[in-house]
Unconditional design. Structure first.
Lengths: 650, 149
């Protein structure tokens, strides 16, 4: 826990006064002064002679400035920005670069978030989409700015996120010359990482290709779309609409119509459900993007069918329901019928816990994917919402009381095991065990004065996630962003937290009822290292997030490297690093927690800072890498059972 | 026996299913299912015994793991588990062993309940792997080459 030093003769109030005065009495928000809370006396005196960290007044000015009226004559960038606005793009995440396009998008009023690294901001856009279901765009400049986004594009591709990636890409007249700098062929670079991509080469077709992009983003199984803009397109001047080809409303270049299930398929599914003794529904990405949680609930309740979630986000079926099987891993193998709904990222046989006798129904929009990896007994090509509505309408009232009792017993067994881990964690008093963080975070989120539906979580980390996932619950759509989903990148977590916090700050989609509330980000020390500078991004955009960093001085991989003395240092960091101070240095709030009993109070304080000051906090939880060793510190590093609360592969 | 296993192959649960007659008139079936390596199932007709031979190698080095495996298996004969999971002693008898540290599982078939024994055996193996995934991921990495991350 951070120690507050009041012995320096410089009181906090006095320091605040001097710091703010020193920075000038502007409309800017001085925030650095508050970071002094964790500083030593010498630091305070030294800091008192320097200007405070502050958010430049331009941020407030930008919010207050009226939007320009953009009309012909306009540039290619402005034309594309108009398409984004008309398509309802909900946010832009970027770093400087691709100036024409990002400036034009910002000028439409689409909320624009500028960060420190294009990759982090692309991760932010991915996370934003995963918990809102709405579109966001990320942007980078040509060359390095674009390639910085590659990991994020790959992550979004694996998570089936409809992420719009845009990047500038020099001028066509320089193609192949290496004139100047930053030249590169972008489209081949994203090969295999996108649903659709195009280098725009004909300015008159800008609107048309925006249509190509949004058709792909708004239909079927989503994945990223990547457009790259040469200067000739972004800066092209259109004098009037007649110079733009296919310039008409979106209702003419795409449809909201969705595939519906055939009555024969619905009848076959109902017959299989009626014949089953232990049916279960796996609700995944497709249910979320189709906003199909109401018909999902109706199907489950009418047929008394348990629901377990998988996917890049969780919460479309409430864990408060007795039908939720998310925390009942040992019951999954008993299912005799599995109905996979919108499971875009398919596991192979054996990756889900279901037994060898379970029959499988798969409902998906993509006929060409049904039957891949997991053999089916029935495939239904349909929009997830349409299929669930049809099933709900056709579903007779069924009873599966014994099966629900088995789900409940498995849940109790799982929760008892979690309680046992917590008790063990508390017994390790020389540092903070991950089981303590997981349980006390869950108690704070779901059993305190905060309504349990309120807080959205960017669930990340590697080793820590093996504990926190077990305790996190979803009570409404978009409550949990499943960070490592499928691509398994270690570093995006703070970037993801930016996107989650932005979505909640704006109240987009299912986050609308929770607008402005703090969010929680979870990461490890390895992950934090990649995207930690985005604490600055959250501070300047006033995004209230509490980032929990599990600091065990090592990569999560150290356990497998223990027997390799020459290689072992590869897996280690300096010990006892002060990530909390890094947060303070970036205008955030920091807490350093070294004992189990300190975690909950630190969390309370950090949360209050987030509430009252709308700025991020980092809780640096000092753990031990040896906690992953089962022999020394049972239960050690944990595994996972999929689908359900623990799942992140599929 | 062969027919019962073939049905799993036909449904796509197994990848590949081969069989040959081995020593002492035993039938050996091989198929790939829950891991990359093929699994071996031996049927001794004379003893009416179906054995997942060396299903989990080197479990002896982890006493806790062995204990948990045994606890799960022994529980299947009790009322602690749902009725549909129990193994009916009138149709098959379950024997577990960890000879040389390698864990094997045998179902001795009673009467003509071969299909029952196959079904129960496979479901039990699935349960054992769920346990390993949940609590012993390091074992799966070391013994079967599962991804470490």
């Amino acid at each position: 826990m951070t120690k507050r030093d009041s012995t320096a003769g410089v009181t906090r109030r006095r320091f605040l006064h001097r710091a703010v005065a020193g920075a000038g009495a502007t409309a800017a928000a001085a925030i650095g002064a508050k970071t002094i809370a964790g500083a030593s006396a010498a630091d305070v005196v030294a800091a008192a002679d320097t200007a405070a960290i502050r958010i430049p007044p331009e941020f407030a000015a930008a919010k207050a400035a009226p939007l320009p009226k953009v009309d012909f004559p306009m540039s290619g960038a402005q034309l594309f920005a108009r398409a984004c606005k008309e398509e309802g793009v909900a946010a832009l995440f970027c770093c400087p670069g691709n100036y024409g396009v990002i400036h034009a998008i910002a000028a439409t009023g689409i909320p624009a978030f500028g960060g420190r690294h294009e990759g982090s901001m692309a991760h932010a856009a991915d996370a934003f989409i995963r918990i809102t279901g709405e579109l966001a765009v990320c942007s980078g400049t040509e060359g390095p700015g674009f390639t910085d986004m590659i990991c994020a594009i790959a992550g979004a591709n694996a998570a089936r996120t409809p992420l719009l990636v845009v990047a500038s890409n020099m001028a066509m007249f320089q193609e192949d010359t290496e004139a100047g700098i930053q030249l590169g062929y972008q489209q081949p670079t994203t090969e295999g990482l996108k649903k659709y991509g195009k280098r725009l080469i004909n300015p008159t077709r800008t609107w048309e290709y925006a249509g190509y992009a949004f058709r792909q983003l708004r239909s079927g199984v989503p994945k990223p779309v990547h457009l790259d803009f040469p200067a000739e397109v972004a800066s092209h001047k259109f004098n009037d609409a007649s110079e733009v080809w296919y310039f008409y409303d979106k209702s003419r270049y795409r449809t909201e119509s969705r595939p519906h299930p055939s009555p024969k398929d619905v009848a076959a599914a109902i017959d299989m459900i009626k014949a089953a003794q232990r049916p279960i529904i796996v609700s995944s990405n497709g249910v979320f993007y189709a906003k199909a949680w109401e018909p999902l609930k109706r199907v489950a309740e009418r047929g008394q069918i348990p629901v377990v979630e998988s996917g890049a986000m969780k919460g479309q079926f409430s864990d408060a329901s007795p039908l939720s099987a998310n925390a009942s891993p040992t019951a999954l193998a008993s299912a005799d019928l599995v109905v996979l709904v919108g499971q875009h990222c398919m596991p192979t046989v054996g990756e889900f816990a279901f037994g060898p006798d379970a029959k499988v129904i798969r409902i998906d929009q993509a006929a060409d994917d049904i039957g891949r990896n997991m053999p089916i007994d029935l495939g239904i090509v349909s929009c997830e919402k349409a299929a669930l509505e049809a099933l709900a309408d056709a579903m007779p009232a069924l009873k599966h009381d014994a099966w629900i009792a088995e789900i409940a017993a498995a849940r109790k067994k799982f929760e008892d095991q979690n309680a046992e881990y917590y008790k063990l964690g508390l017994s390790y008093t020389d540092a903070v065990h991950p089981a303590v963080i997981a349980r006390e975070l869950a108690d704070f989120l779901y059993k305190s004065r905060i309504p349990r539906e309120e807080t959205t979580v960017a669930s990340g980390g590697y080793g820590i996630a093996r504990y926190t996932r077990r305790e996190l619950r979803g009570y409404r759509p978009g409550q949990i962003m499943n960070g490592a989903y499928q691509y398994g990148a270690i570093g995006p977590d703070v970037g993801y937290t930016v996107g989650v916090a932005a979505a909640v700050q704006l109240g987009v989609g299912p986050q609308s009822a929770y607008r402005g509330h703090p969010v929680i980000g979870i990461t490890g020390d390895a992950g934090f290292g990649y995207t930690a500078m985005e604490i600055d991004t959250m501070t300047k955009h006033r995004l209230p997030a509490v980032v929990i960093v599990y600091n065990n001085n090592a990569w999560g991989t150290w356990i497998t490297a223990q027997r390799e003395p020459h290689a072992l240092p590869i897996h280690l960091f300096q010990e006892n690093l002060r990530y909390d101070k890094l947060a303070e240095a970036l205008g955030g709030y920091g807490e350093y927690v070294t004992k189990p009993a300190e975690f909950r109070p630190a969390l309370e304080r950090a949360y209050q800072i987030a509430v009252k000051e709308s700025r991020p906090a980092v809780i640096n939880c000092q753990g031990r890498k040896e906690y992953w060793d089962r022999q020394m510190f049972p239960p050690g590093s944990l595994g996972k059972v999929e689908p359900g609360v623990m799942s992140y592969y599929h | 026996m062969a027919r019962a296993l073939q049905r799993y192959a036909d449904r796509g649960v197994f990848r590949g299913l081969s069989s040959h007659r081995g020593r002492g008139g035993r039938f050996e079936f091989q198929f790939t299912w829950l891991m990359r390596q093929p699994m071996t199932l031996v049927y001794d007709e004379r003893a009416a015994a179906l054995t997942f031979r060396n299903l989990l190698p080197r479990v002896g080095s982890t006493a806790l793991l062995r204990e948990e495996l045994y606890e799960l298996i022994d529980g299947l004969s009790t009322r602690a588990v749902p009725a549909h999971k129990r193994i009916d002693g009138r149709r098959a008898r379950l024997i577990r062993s960890a000879r040389g540290g390698n864990f094997s599982l045998t179902l001795v078939v009673r009467g003509r309940h071969h299909e029952y024994a196959v079904r129960k055996g496979l479901n039990l193996v699935n349960d054992l792997f769920v346990l390993l995934h949940a609590s012993y991921p390091d074992y799966l990495v070391e013994q079967f080459g599962f991804p470490a991350e």
